[in-house]
Design a protein around this ligand. Structure first.
Ligand code: ZN
Ligand code: ZN
Ligand code: ZN
Length: 375
């Protein structure tokens, strides 16, 4: 992914994001932020190096100073093409020079900096060596909500990614399931996500029969049979923003119990969705969905949190989990995805991405939540 795939964003948008990030860092008591290649750098600058190399690339943000991107000389022309490049100063370093000394010259000799979770350990160790007066904190832990609230243009991209995932489900429900391996249906899902505009497929879960009881099962060699419940959970990035949706389908006519468990998860998903409105703590979304499953006696079979944030990655804060007090804010986007997993038998999960509106929530996935029968 290069800056050009995030076409709607201008240098001014990136300047505003970098200003906001530097201000948030100062408010959190940090001297600044050090941002390595990855989702934070893409969001802040539109820059994603074509190949992640061992050479140091690092965005240095501090309130009251112009942002600086430290880049290897041979990658500087690429960095200069990024949509956010006009909003920052490029400082390149050539092979044989010490990139940590170059970075150290830009920083105060002391202070606590937030650093990207995905920065390489060798780079952090190099900075510590060059700047013994500094200390470091996880950027994501220090500023978990930095990317959480989406603006109008981001919400349009999130909605388009959701619509593409929905189009994928509308096609996959028509393909044959019985007699095919999970991996074959998974390949169909990946093809469809790309057909509907995804540049990156992050996961294509096809968990049939007893495999559905394992929420981490992806795809395997199991041949899908008539009578199987099949959990489908798929998503990735379209134009730089994420999709993630689950539907559980049944091959042929379901039993009464399968229908009952599916209805229960659908009610729990609805309850989680209805709990969404500004000011409500994230944990209330989890509690609302979980209460429905608990009350039906299936609480011990709902073995994961109810949801996770999504944006330029498919899993990020905020998390819909007991203990998360963060209040919901309009523009946040996250999944509501309760499930019931009956060991050795089958599982059901239903997942939509939801965005917080002024007075409630809006689903970005809108395919049938009733049980879909496939062949
Ligand atoms: Zn069945
Ligand atoms: Zn999912
Ligand atoms: Zn999810």
């Amino acid at each position: 992914m290069t800056g050009s795939t995030l076409a709607p964003f201008t240098a001014d948008d990136y300047r505003a994001r970098m200003d906001r990030a530097a201000r948030a860092a100062a408010d959190a008591g940090l001297a600044g932020l050090l941002v390595a290649p990855g989702p934070d750098l893409v969001w802040l600058t539109g820059y994603a190096p074509t190949a992640a190399t061992e050479r140091l690339t690092l965005l240095v943000l501090a309130q009251g100073r112009a942002p600086v991107l430290v880049v290897p000389t041979l990658e500087a022309p690429d960095a200069a093409e990024a949509a956010g490049a006009p909003a920052l100063n490029l400082r390149d370093w050539t092979d044989g020079k010490d990139p940590y000394a170059a970075t150290a010259a830009l920083l105060d000799v002391s202070g606590r900096f937030g650093i990207s979770d995905n920065a390489w350990a060798m780079h952090l160790l190099g900075l510590q060596r060059a700047l013994p007066g500094t200390s470091y904190a996880s950027l994501t832990e220090a500023l978990p909500m930095l990317r959480a609230v989406k603006d109008a243009a981001e919400l349009d991209l999130m909605a388009a990614a959701g619509a593409a995932a929905d189009a994928t489900f509308e096609e996959i429900r028509k393909v044959p399931f019985a007699g095919r391996k999970e991996s074959a249906v998974g390949a169909d899902l990946a093809d469809l996500l790309r057909k509907f505009g995804h540049s990156q497929v992050d996961f294509t879960i096809v968990a049939s029969g007893p495999n559905g009881a394992n929420p981490h099962h992806e795809v395997g060699d199991r041949v899908i049979e008539r009578g199987d419940m099949v959990v489908l959970d798929f998503g990735g990035l379209k134009d730089g923003y994420g999709s993630d949706t689950s539907r559980t389908v049944h091959v042929g006519e379901p039993t009464d119990e399968e229908r009952r468990v599916h209805d229960l998860v659908r009610e729990a998903q609805e309850a989680g969705f209805r709990a969404v409105r500004p000011g409500v703590a994230c944990q209330e979304v989890d509690r609302a969905a979980r209460a429905v499953i608990d009350d039906a006696g299936y609480g011990e079979y709902f073995i994961h949190r109810t949801g996770h944030g999504i944006g330029v990655t498919t899993h990020e804060p905020p998390y819909m989990i007991e203990g998360e007090q963060q209040p919901l804010v309009p523009g946040m986007c996250f999944s509501v995805e309760p499930g019931v997993y009956l060991p050795g038998r089958f599982g059901v999960r239903i997942e939509d991405i939801v965005t917080v509106t002024a007075d409630g929530g809006r689903r970005l996935n809108n395919t049938d939540r009733e049980m879909v029968i496939v062949d």
